[in-house]
Design a protein around this ligand. Structure first.
Ligand code: RB5
Length: 157
């Protein structure tokens, strides 16, 4: 499978190891940035990942920031991206099997490198179950995306 990996400065410490782990498991991996530059912005890397998925350049991605939260908030704004922060292996697997998650978000300031790599390993090993109930729910998710993509009003707290 083709993976993208990207990280802001808060997630940079894990980026190289995530790339190496995916490569060692036989995947083609695109480094979608950043370079660990202090003050860089996580939405830029969420965008790089989303664009690569939408363009069909990668199938899935790992997106890393300090907490994984900003990365997932930004990534889920991009149509076609199904991203979540998963800091436990149950969610990292089930998020793919049930919810067809295509972007795993990690927080490098929250999880240590060993757990992070375990999460990457579980994520890449999982596949969507194709169960009817999950397809039905994902169709509803896609409908939410279509509905609210058409609205121009945006509310920021
Ligand atoms: C950057 O300092 C930090 O805010 C970012 O990496 C991320 O944790 C945001 O959610």
């Amino acid at each position: 499978m083709r993976y993208g990996v990207a990280a802001d400065h808060g997630g940079f410490a894990l980026k190289g190891a995530a790339i190496e782990r995916l490569q060692s498991l036989g995947h083609e991996v695109a480094d979608l940035g950043g370079e660990g530059i202090p003050g860089d912005d996580y939405p830029d890397f969420a965008r790089a990942v989303g664009d690569a998925i939408r363009a069909g350049i990668v199938d899935r991605a790992v997106l890393i920031c300090g907490t994984g939260v900003g990365a997932s908030v930004a990534a889920t704004k991009i149509p076609g991206v199904r991203a979540a922060v998963c800091h436990d292996t149950y969610s990292a697997r089930q998020g793919v099997e049930d919810d067809n998650m295509n972007v795993l978000c990690l927080g490098a300031r929250v999880v240590g490198p060993e757990l992070a790599l375990e999460l990457v390993t579980v994520f890449q090993s999982a596949s969507f179950s194709q169960a009817e109930r999950h397809k039905r729910r994902l169709a509803k998710v896609a409908e939410i995306e279509r509905t609210y993509s058409r609205t121009s009003e945006v509310t920021h707290g």
